[in-house]
Design a protein around this ligand. Structure first.
Ligand code: EPU
Length: 447
């Protein structure tokens, strides 16, 4: 097994086609949509499969760009990743050829850093790029690195890469995170399952995707348990076995389609929806005056005749069980249609309100106060515009705004949305939307 790749090596996933969405808005959406598997669960499950040499099989994996990039990254280090049919992935990492995760993979997707814990725990070393290269600052990975060091790893940072080694096995430890971190918790969980001894992770993130990963690790034979809501304990094992797992439904996709029903004045039913994981979000919708009915795995949003009755409400994002930061931008589209001034407090990330400038270009009355606070005053009838997507969730939210708007919108940067939403335009078409994808000057109607 080599330490690093030869210099001529290059990571070359297939190029991402540059596309735009063209949307003719103002039509109420109605019908049913099946919620896909969760992106943020699937990516970690694929990484977890490296903890064993035996085959792991995942169903309900969303067909999205981030999963494709993770699969390519795994194949590039020598892991066998099969994709025998739609939504099914099989991973066998009997041997791993290269313990090297390059910048090209990391720059495409922050979740590539999820390979640190499992590669270190199983193979004792890895060289892994800082996600986003040398740009340390926004969305750092210091907490992941600190956790691995606490588990006994030696890690040096040079030229944009972390050089990590674990002399012998990692050692169980008491891990104390200064703040709640989802992937930090998950990386620590993966590493601890093969460490020598007992690990306590506190505060452990409580997101449903973390528990989906925990359930899969248990199926692999790991001794891991959530002993208190904010505590996960692990007794390390020498080896784990292969397992099968169905990825849980994507609560963020579900929330996005709920807003679509509300802001277009339509009626949308979601099937295979994770009702239990959307409590804080449903509470926001209800405060704003939206009718939502949840029953096990079915959610219905009825936005008909609601435009007059929507009320402003203040929202604040927080780690689970609070309101998900990933649902802040869809919620803002709703608030732009509500009567009065809503205050938005984004507590998790510092760059997640920037997209509101684009919503403003579509006619919304938004005031950005600082990196974490904004005000939205409504209702304002949105109109078609040319806007640009800066990131995944902002992209989905601009689609929502365009669906609600009068006139035609052109949304640049569609590839950001394909990173995390399976067949989003196809699903909106099923609900009666007028949406098409335009790729490099060629007009194509969405499938
Ligand atoms: N943080 C640090 N140092 C670290 C790690 C995190 O300072 O080493 C900070 C972050 O900058 C942030 C806070 O801690 O201010 C919380 O970030 P967290 O680590 O929880 O986020 P993450 O694990 O990187 C995951 C999801 C995000 C989601 C957040 C919060 C995946 C692949 N990503 O990110 O999802 O917004 O948790 O719930 O699971 C998305 O799907 O669009 C997305 C960005």
């Amino acid at each position: 097994m080599a330490d690093a790749r030869p210099f001529h090596w290059e990571f070359r996933p297939e190029p991402v086609a540059r596309e735009i969405f063209r949307i003719e808005g103002g039509r109420p959406l109605s019908g049913s949509v099946r919620v896909s598997g969760s992106k943020n669960a699937a990516l970690k499950l694929l990484a977890a499969a490296i903890l064993t040499g035996e085959r792991c099989r995942f169903s309900n994996v969303p067909e999205i760009e981030d999963v494709r990039v993770m699969a390519e990254t795994l194949r590039d280090i020598g892991v066998v990743v099969d994709h025998p049919e739609k939504n099914i992935y099989e991973v066998a990492s009997g041997d791993v050829e290269w313990l090297f995760v390059p910048l090209e993979a990391a720059a495409k997707m922050r979740a590539s850093f999820m390979l640190l814990g499992p590669l270190l725990a199983r193979f004792g070393r890895v060289i892994i790029s800082n996600p986003g290269g040398d740009r340390i600052g926004r969305r750092p990975v210091n907490l992941h690195v600190d956790a691995m060091r606490a588990l006994g790893a030696e890690i040096e940072y040079r030229n944009g890469y972390y050089f990590a080694r674990a002399p012998g096995r990692l050692r169980g430890a008491e891990l104390r995170f200064p703040i709640v971190t989802v992937m930090g918790t998950e990386n620590a969980m993966l590493a601890a399952t093969l460490a020598d001894g007992h690990t306590v992770i506190r505060p452990a993130a409580q997101e449903p995707e973390v528990d989906d990963l925990l359930g899969f690790l248990q199926k692999m034979g790991a001794e891991i348990e959530r002993t208190y809501p904010d505590t996960i304990e692990v007794e390390g094992r020498k080896r784990l076995r292969g397992a099968d797992h169905r990825v849980l439904s994507d609560r963020i996709e579900a929330g996005t389609f709920m807003i679509a029903g509300a802001v277009t004045g339509g009626r949308v039913t979601l099937e295979e929806a994770p009702c239990d994981h959307l409590e804080a979000f449903v509470e926001v919708l209800q405060r704003a005056g939206v009718e939502v009915a949840c029953d096990h795995t079915i959610i219905e949003v009825d936005g008909r005749g609601m435009d007059e009755s929507l009320r402003a409400c203040d929202i604040e994002t927080a780690p689970y069980p609070g309101l998900a930061t990933d649902l802040q931008s869809p919620a803002c589209v709703l608030l732009s249609q509500a009567r009065g001034t809503s205050r938005v407090h984004e507590t998790v990330f510092e760059d997640r309100l920037e997209w509101l400038a684009e919503l403003g270009r579509m006619g919304a009355n938004v005031r950005l106060i600082d990196d974490h606070h904004a005000e939205i005053t409504g209702p304002r009838r949105l109109h078609g515009a040319e806007v640009e997507i800066g990131d995944l969730r902002a992209g989905a939210s601009l689609i929502l705004a365009a669906l609600a708007a009068k006139g035609t919108s052109t949304i640049l940067g569609a590839h950001h949305v394909h990173r995390g939403y399976e067949n989003i335009d196809g699903k909106f078409l099923e609900l009666g939307a007028r949406i098409e994808r335009v790729a490099e000057g060629t007009v194509t109607t969405s499938p």
